[in-house]
Structures are given as C-alpha cells and as structure tokens.
Write a protein of this length. Structure first.
Length: 313
C-alpha cells in the first residue's frame, strides 16, 4: 500500500488542494478531510470499549474512507470553523450543537488514534493562535518584540501613547473569521473613544518604523522568506509593491525555530519587520498562514518545499 498522508482543512482550500496534488505526484496517497463538511454525511466513525481498542475511520473529500491508524502525517491546516449547513432556519442552539459536536468528534477521534506526525498538533495550534502566548514565547527566546500593551483602559492606552510619542498601533488579539482587521495607527481622536477601548482588550504596540516586511515560512528545519517593501503600515491590502526572495540567515532560522519549539509548533508563518537600523522585530506567527501568494510573487516553490517536508515526516 502506498504511504498515506492526510490534510485536514476546509472545503475547496487552495493550499490543501495544491499540496495534495504535489504529494500525489510523488506517488503517495494524500487525502483531504473537510473539517467544515463533517455534517450531513457519515464522516466520522470512532469506537472504543467492549473489545474495541479505539479506531477511527474518516470520510475524505472524495467520499472514500481512511483508517487513521494507517496515516503517517497529518497537516492540520484548518479546523474549528463553522459547518456548512444548508438549513437557513436552524435555531442558534442547534447550530452550535452541530458545530461543536462535529469538531469534537473529528479532533477527538484523531487525537486518540493517530500515531504519526502532526503538523502541528491541535493543542499547540490552539495555544499558539493566541498572540499573547506568541509574544511571551518570542520574548522568552530573546527576540526583539515591540513594546506591547493589552488593556481595556483608556487611561492606560493614553499613557502608553504619550510615552511612545503618539507612535502606537493597534490590532486584534485573537481575531475572528471574516474580513481582515488591518493594523492601524492610534490617532488622538481614537483616544476619545472610550467605549471602543473598553469593548474588548486589544493589542497596543510601539510602532516599528521601516519599509521592509518579512514573511517567513518555517517548515520544520527549513525556512523560506519573502521581502515585501512598502511604506504602508499594513502590507496586506496592496501587493503591487516590490516583493522578492529573502534568503534566511541561519541565525534567524535558529531563533524562529526556538520560538516555534517553545510553542510546540512544527511549522509557522512568521511576520517580521526590519527597522532602518537593520534590526529584526518579531510581530507574530500564524500557526497555519497563507503562503501560495508568496510562491506566485517570488517564484520560490513553496508548495514543493512543503510537500517535501510533509512526506519526509
Ligand atoms: N508594532 C508594529 N509596528 C509597525 N507595524 C506593525 C506592527 N505590528 C504589525 N504591523 C504591521 O501590520 C501588518 C499586520 O501585522 P500582524 O501580522 O502582526 O497583524 P495581525 O493582525 O496580527 O495579522 P494576522 O491577521 O495575520 O493575524 C504587517 O504589515 C505588519 O508589518
Ligand atoms: Mg500577520
């Protein structure tokens, strides 16, 4: 039987489909389990007790059944989003039950039967998705991080803003599915919006100057990065700017690896910014970030690199 690999992701995920094709190209079996399509079909089967030792069988995107114990590595790309439910009139409580139980069954059956390599484990992915945990880990590893405040207090934000000469940004702490919430400079009038500040804790950070934004893809023991050169505070809305490969120095890879190891992550997509003095500042890690756009713009074959990494597990 060919070697078996599994990608857990949402339906029609381009990253998942591209990596599946690259893994199959190598002559291996690569299945996708759609974590938002568990509902409405017989997707998860797990049995334990009364002679059963605990075995899980999952339905793939192509309708086949895969025995989890035969899988060598799982790329846990996307999980935890809502199920794709057809019934528009479902009560909120029913919807919540379906979402929670589909997720619980999928993740629980994998966690209890899979013996191979996780990229990355559900626990580490969840823990590392909280930017507070990331910042603390990067700080512990000795990386430079922006001076950071997480608060709901208008008075404390004002004091922080004054201390940094009005050069302060804000961005979400955990974020939510849906449209991107861009990083913004805190202006004086924002400080008057006390109800907004109290609404939920947010990240307030010292503004890191510069025009060099680095997007680093760490896949196990290798890192590949792109340099995005723009004066924009947030590079995401406009990619019509110079973007090139950024060879990753060994020391930078080593530092990043230390942080990922501390967080328990196998891979990570890291945002860094280089100051005009040439110092690299850690901004964040996406345990499962986008990298296809960088392949298109820099010609670095990231899908191939990823398939190589995934199958050499
Ligand atoms: N402290 C900062 N100083 C200057 N620019 C920053 C700072 N923090 C973030 N940025 C810029 O904002 C953009 C988004 O940054 P970052 O990835 O940290 O935000 P995010 O909201 O956490 O993103 P994600 O949605 O990927 O989780 C990048 O262009 C980054 O360079
Ligand atoms: Mg980011």
């Amino acid at each position: 039987m060919p070697r078996q690999f599994l990608i857990v992701t949402q339906a029609d995920d381009l990253h998942g489909l591209a990596v599946q094709a690259a893994v199959r190209q190598r002559g291996f079996d690569c299945h996708i389990v759609e974590s938002d399509q568990v509902t409405g079909r017989e997707s998860v089967h797990y049995a334990i007790g009364n002679g059963e030792t605990g075995a899980a069988v999952l339905r793939t995107s192509e309708g086949e059944l895969v025995d989890v114990s035969s899988v060598e590595a799982i790329w846990l790309r996307r999980f935890g989003m809502d199920q794709q439910l057809d019934q528009a009139d479902l009560a909120e409580s029913h919807r919540a039950l379906i979402n929670n139980d589909c997720l619980g069954a999928l993740v629980g059956s994998l966690e209890n039967t899979f013996r191979g390599k996780w990229i990355s484990s559900p626990r580490a992915t969840q823990y590392a998705s909280n930017k507070l945990n990331q910042l603390a880990a990067a700080h512990r590893c000795g990386l430079r991080i922006p001076d950071t405040l997480i608060t709901q207090s208008p008075a404390v934000v004002r004091e922080f803003w004054t201390r940094h000469g009005g050069r302060v940004i804000f961005k979400p702490l955990v974020g939510a599915p849906g449209p991107i919430v861009l990083t913004r400079l805190v202006r004086e009038e924002h400080l008057q919006s006390e109800d907004s500040i109290r609404c939920s804790p947010a990240i307030y950070q010292e503004f890191i100057p510069g025009t060099k934004h680095i997007r680093l893809n760490c896949f196990g023991n290798q890192s590949y990065a792109g340099l995005i050169e723009t004066a924009d505070l947030d590079w995401r809305p406009n990619l019509e700017v110079p973007i090139s490969r950024w060879p990753v120095p060994d020391t930078v890879h080593g530092d990043i690896r230390k942080v990922l190891d501390l967080l328990g992550l196998e891979m990570g997509i890291i945002d860094l910014k280089e100051t005009p003095d040439g110092e690299l500042v850690w901004l964040e890690v996406n345990p499962q970030g986008q990298f296809l756009f960088l392949e298109a713009l820099t010609k670095e074959p990231l899908i191939e690199h990823f398939a190589e990494y995934f199958t050499s597990a």
